[in-house]
Design a protein around this ligand. Structure first.
Ligand SMILES: [Zn+2]
Ligand SMILES: [Zn+2]
Length: 353
């Protein structure tokens, strides 16, 4: 009898270095440069990035905007998608050639109360792609095999990228909101996240009100299933939504505390406000008296689990969602960040690697 030798674990020649967009200093332009490839540790895989979306979080990371900061130099990006090209020791979850998505939740402990109760996104040991560990703004990225999600055949990697953060985050927010048929759902902010939130709220049976400051975005919202649209520069969204009876749920996706306050004001009695966006300005003023008397629920929702992302891909594969995106090259990373900051993009920018 012959003994078969184990086939090599990489189908491509070993990667020694690759091009990536690196943050060297908060607030400074990213530098697109050649970086050395790290050796894989147990449980890790190397992915050849085909597409990586630009999320507002990447911009906050590059600017060092939040209380918990990443440590430069680092590579942002947490919407990376591509085939697995190398397996580290002990990897069983994926095989060479599988196309995977590398979400914000790059690693969790797998054993704490949060992890074992389906709330791995709350794990205190978590690592985040493009923040505490290098992300997908590069030709390659290293990820933990257990925390990537396979992208089903037939889904365009350029669609899969925005679904990996914008999609799963808003899908989970609608789950957390508890939207049911006939509920009135107000979505504040129609960008990379909002354009998907509208679709998930409609899929859940909600009647959607989209609020934004830009008419073109509201037009897009209508095309994607919003029944009502409000331009907050021309009309008071609180008044307009109260006239419709008040929202059962409001989802705050705009990076402005003012929008959070308006979202709160738009609720009907017993309504629920879901905090999702993370404005650099970290304070919001909400009344206690009305919250108590009106039985208002306020809840934060952070990204989603691997199961949520699988469901997001399933819906997309079934043709139930549309991703609005604009392809760019990684060399355009700095102008792309500038465009997102002033709202000069229809929805999501995706870098094609
Ligand atoms: Zn994100
Ligand atoms: Zn854990």
């Amino acid at each position: 009898m012959s003994v078969t030798t184990r086939k090599p674990e990489s189908s491509e020649t070993r990667v020694t270095s690759y091009r990536a967009a690196v943050v060297h200093e908060f607030g400074a332009p990213l530098s697109v440069e050649e970086v050395p490839a790290r050796a894989l540790e147990p449980g890790q895989i190397r992915v050849r990035v085909e597409a990586s979306g630009l999320c507002h979080t990447d911009i906050h990371a590059a600017n060092g905007d939040w209380p918990v900061k990443p440590e430069p130099p680092f590579i942002p990006g947490h919407e990376g998608v591509g085939p697995v090209v190398e397996l580290g020791p002990g990897v069983r979850e994926v095989a060479i050639g599988d196309r995977v998505a590398m979400p914000w939740l790059g690693y969790a402990c797998g054993t704490c109360d949060h992890c074992i109760s389906g709330w791995e996104t709350l794990c205190l040991e978590q690592e985040n792609m493009g923040y505490s560990i290098d992300g997908s703004f590069g030709e390659y990225a290293v990820a933990y095999a257990r925390y990537v999600v396979k992208v089903p055949d037939g889904i365009d990697p350029l669609d899969a990228a925005p679904l990996t953060c914008a999609g799963v985050t808003t899908y989970k927010a609608v789950k957390v909101a508890g939207t049911r048929s006939s509920d009135l759902v107000a979505v504040f902010g129609v960008g990379g996240l909002g354009h998907l939130a509208i679709q998930y709220a409609a899929i859940a049976g909600g009647r959607v009100i989209a609020v934004d400051l830009i008419d073109e975005k509201l037009e897009l919202a209508r095309e994607l299933g919003a029944e009502f649209t409000i331009n907050a520069t021309k009309q008071d969204p609180v008044e307009a939504i109260q006239e419709l009876g008040g929202a059962d749920q409001a989802i705050a996706l705009a990076v402005s505390p003012r929008a959070f306050e308006q979202a709160y004001g738009s609720l009907r009695r017993g309504g629920k406000l879901v905090f999702v966006a993370l404005p650099a300005d970290n304070e919001v003023t909400l009344p206690i008296f009305e919250t108590v008397l009106n039985g208002i629920t306020i809840v934060g929702s952070i990204v989603g689990t691997r199961t949520d992302l699988r469901e997001v891909f399933e819906l997309h594969g079934a043709g139930k969602t549309h991703v609005i995106r604009e392809q760019r090259s990684l060399d355009q990373v700095n102008e792309s960040i500038a465009d997102v900051e002033v709202g000069r993009v229809a929805a999501r920018i995706v870098f094609e690697l």
